[in-house]
Write a protein that binds this ligand. Structure first.
Ligand SMILES: [Zn+2]
Ligand SMILES: [Zn+2]
Length: 817
């Protein structure tokens, strides 16, 4: 046993253990181990954003607590780490940094810039994860931009294509005019904005007046293909079937009946444009109306827009409104609160465009998703509906192609001669069809030998939605099924509709099996003002600042204890400060224990006193409570229970009560002192073990100084999770509660009388109403005398006088000083 230094230098200790653990290799997954049960964590590979924020601290603390707990439970834990590199976010940043658009440089150059930026960002985030002390197996590290990874993405596409899940279609898609790419429903953010509702007069062809239309998007007038009214609306149903003139472009369209028209909104008459919004898309499909492609890919009006061609959308709106006013067709305008869809990467207003795209047939899987979600264990349970509601809300199949550069290529070609689609063979991947021809070099249909490689690339979620299989070793490892499905998929509440959902549909389609057995959800981090933490709200706290100031062990306590699993968690400096104070308390009691245990020989015979049995039994209860909480991923309950026990039951009550016995063996006897040493030693060890998932560093430091030699584990992190049922002793707990209650009451009285705790009590007369209580107090007389500095202790049975012991109202005492 080595003494602990008085000061606790967390920066030094945390860094030291982070390095040592890596050197020891204790977090390596043992791929050859067939004895231990594996436990696989589907760590979501993050987008490298270049910043490790408090939300990440929350995520990774959750992942790591699960990993550390399971490792101690004897599992062979696979805790991998990848990086989800591709995507619009990186491209947008590269475009901004170099002040150009993707098409203005050769794709190779653009890709290289993206890769450089990603590497820089990965380094920063990795530093954060390391500083937080996560027990990741770094030998598993991967990047989705590496050919070895996108080989798997391409293979999964080929397999799904063969199974009929992939198809090309011309279908309206969400389109970001700034990023110039299709995006999925999940990439559209909705925001409330103030807009304008324009009231515009459309003349009827037969000269029988006109209809007034209310629209927030007059710029779509050139793409108007019909005017719709509700057939039940008596104001307008006489017009159904008539022709009406579209202003400015003077084109005649039909007035059609449509039950989906809300008679109460605007004027009850709507123009159907291709495509102003998703409702237009539905109406056009229902009525098989023609489509007019008004917008170009970069958000301008196309040539079909006549005199407005070439204008950006906003400019076109101004021009059209002006022309309508001049023509006397603009009746009036009013303010309108509306919800608009924004590109989640660049916040540009999302439009709807029709363009040939690749789709995955996801809607046909909706019922399977709902069914499978039921078989998954959700922490917390109510999060399940987030996935099922989302799956049911989807109108369209998943558009998986993107018109971008930095992404996994779609492994198909088209025959130049006949247009036949050629799908890459499974053995060809990784392959970039823009750089290589199909390897059989012949069109199966026309024998043509010239091909055009697909220029579109995959949505980045195509890479990250196969992680459960990839982490397990698919497709190379013959035993990957052993590690699949993942035991837990941890996810932020904000990415259930993407990560959790895409994982589910892709693995169901590929393997007809759930990708994960359980799903652990964490909430968002709020600022101290209760709003979502954000730089613009000035409530933002950078994680490196927190880690540098208070260390990982304090920050992790905030993450674990800040709120119930799944709920949003506010960041409050006092929570981290409290975490820090707890570490100091733990360090101090360990230092005290180290000094008092210098001559302790573990395993030597001793006579346990009532309070020794009491604290050991309480520790056993704590083990049970914490184990239950960890099994249910209720981290806040676990950390609160351990901190309360350590601070109050252990430090304030037990240690204070037995100090005298530890210091003065000559009065109490050597076996009695040994007993206190034993209880102190084992209780502290139990606390350290239970704290490992939350507080790995300082517990390791204390373990190495006080326990490593006797306990024999190379690291506390791989010691077996405590099992202490043998210590349970209900009778001892009851007796101990009385003894501790009495000691506390006496100490309280001294404090109230402004007497020092060391003040001698000449006589302490205790009266208990029943014999059992009196006997209990007698059994603890040694520690009562020592802790309260009593010269003469008298214990009697009967209705006593004096001060009541609040914890046990049938006991009273009087003290003579
Ligand atoms: Zn965008
Ligand atoms: Zn051909």
């Amino acid at each position: 046993m080595q003494p602990l230094p008085r000061e606790y230098n967390f920066v030094e200790i945390e860094r030291k253990w982070q390095k040592k653990w890596e050197e020891m290799g204790i977090y390596r997954f043992d791929w050859d181990d067939t004895k231990r049960q594996p436990f696989t964590i589907d760590t979501p590979p993050p987008y490298p954003s270049g910043e490790f924020h408090m939300g990440n601290v929350l995520n990774w603390t959750y992942f790591d607590m699960v990993a550390r707990y399971r490792r101690m439970r004897g599992f062979n834990v696979l805790f991998p780490q990848g990086w989800d590199c591709h995507g619009l976010s990186i491209e947008v940043q590269v475009e901004k940094a170099h002040e150009l658009r993707k098409r203005e440089v050769p794709p190779d150059q653009f890709r290289k810039w993206c890769e450089e930026l990603v590497e820089k960002y990965i380094a920063l985030m990795k530093e954060g994860i390391l500083r937080l002390g996560c027990s990741i197996d770094w030998s598993t590290e991967y990047r989705t931009m590496d050919p070895d990874y996108w080989r798997r993405t391409q293979l999964s596409f080929i397999l799904l294509h063969k199974k009929g899940f992939m198809y090309q279609g011309t279908h309206p898609v969400n389109w970001c005019p700034r990023c110039e790419t299709a995006i999925a429903d999940a990439e559209v953010d909705y925001d409330k904005r103030e807009g304008t509702l324009y009231y515009i007069r459309f003349p009827l062809e037969d000269g029988g007046g006109s209809l007034l239309i209310a629209t927030s998007r007059p710029e779509f007038i050139p793409a108007c293909v019909a005017v719709a009214v509700n057939p039940a609306d008596e104001r307008f149903n006489r017009c159904v079937g008539k022709k009406i003139s579209v202003p400015l472009v003077n084109r005649l369209v039909d007035v059609i009946p449509d039950e989906m028209v809300d008679s109460a909104f605007g004027t009850g008459v709507v123009m159907i444009c291709t495509y102003g919004d998703k409702e237009d898309v539905k109406t056009v499909m229902r009525h098989k109306l023609p489509a007019i492609a008004l917008l170009t890919e970069n958000g301008r009006i196309s040539e079909v827009g006549g005199k407005y061609a070439g204008l950006y959308i906003n400019k076109a709106r101004e021009a059209i409104v002006k022309d309508l006013a001049e023509a006397g067709l603009l009746e009036r305008t009013e303010r309108l609160q509306q919800e608009v869809g924004l590109c989640d990467r660049c916040k540009t207003h999302v439009e709807i465009l029709e363009r040939k795209q690749w789709f995955m047939r996801t809607r046909s899987l909706t019922e399977r998703v709902v069914e499978t979600a039921d078989s998954v264990v959700w922490y917390p349970e109510y999060m399940k509906t987030r996935l099922t509601d989302w799956a049911r809300s989807l109108d369209w199949d998943w558009v998986i192609s993107r018109q971008r550069v930095f992404a996994t290529p779609i492994p198909v070609w088209y025959c130049k001669n006949c247009g036949e689609l050629i799908l890459a063979e499974e053995s060809w991947v990784p392959i970039d069809p823009k750089l290589e021809n199909p390897r059989n070099a012949k069109c199966p249909k026309c024998d043509g030998a010239e091909f055009v490689g697909e220029r579109d690339v995959f949505d980045t979620w195509m890479d990250s939605s196969i992680t459960c299989a990839v982490h397990a070793g698919w497709p190379d490892s013959p035993t990957w099924r052993r590690l699949f499905p993942a035991d837990v998929h941890p996810s932020g509440i904000d990415i259930i509709r993407t990560w959790a959902y895409y994982l589910m549909v892709r693995h169901l389609a590929l393997f007809d099996e759930t990708p994960y057995k359980s799903c652990l959800i964490n909430g968002m981090v709020l600022g101290s003002d209760g709003r979502k933490m954000s730089k613009s709200l000035k409530n933002y706290v950078a994680a490196p600042e927190v880690l540098a100031k208070y260390g990982a062990d304090a920050a992790r306590q905030w993450a674990a204890g800040g709120g119930a699993t799944g709920s949003d968690i506010p960041f409050r400096w006092p929570d981290v400060e409290y975490g820090r104070r707890f570490l100091v308390k733990l360090w101090n009691v360990s230092g005290f224990a180290g000094r008092l245990l210098a001559d302790y020989v573990p395993g030597k015979e001793c006579v346990l006193q009532p309070l020794d049995k009491w604290v050991l039994s309480k520790a056993a209860g704590l083990v049970k409570t914490v184990t239950d909480a960890m099994e249910k991923c209720q981290f806040n309950i676990a950390v609160e229970e351990i901190r309360n026990f350590t601070w109050h039951t252990f430090c304030d009550c037990y240690v204070e009560a037995v100090k005298d016995r530890l210091y003065r063996a000559e009065t109490y006897g050597e076996p009695q002192k040994q007993a206190a040493q034993h209880a102190l030693y084992e209780t502290l060890y139990t606390v350290l073990q239970l704290l490992v998932p939350v507080i790995p560093h300082v517990t390791e430091e204390i373990y190495q100084a006080l326990y490593a030699e006797a306990k024999g584990c190379a690291s506390l992190q791989v010691s077996p999770w405590p099992e202490r049922q043998a210590w349970v002793d209900e009778a001892a707990e009851k007796r101990g509660d009385l003894i501790i209650g009495l000691i506390s009451a006496v100490r309280r009285e001294k404090a109230e009388k402004h007497l020092s705790l060391n003040t001698q009590i000449k006589k302490l007369a205790v009266c208990a109403e029943d014999k059992e209580a009196a006997d209990a107090i007698k059994s603890g007389s040694g520690d009562i005398i020592g802790a309260c500095k009593v010269e003469n202790l008298e214990v009697a049975v009967g209705k006593g006088v004096g001060r009541e012991v609040s914890e046990c109202p049938n006991v009273r005492f009087t003290a003579e000083y």
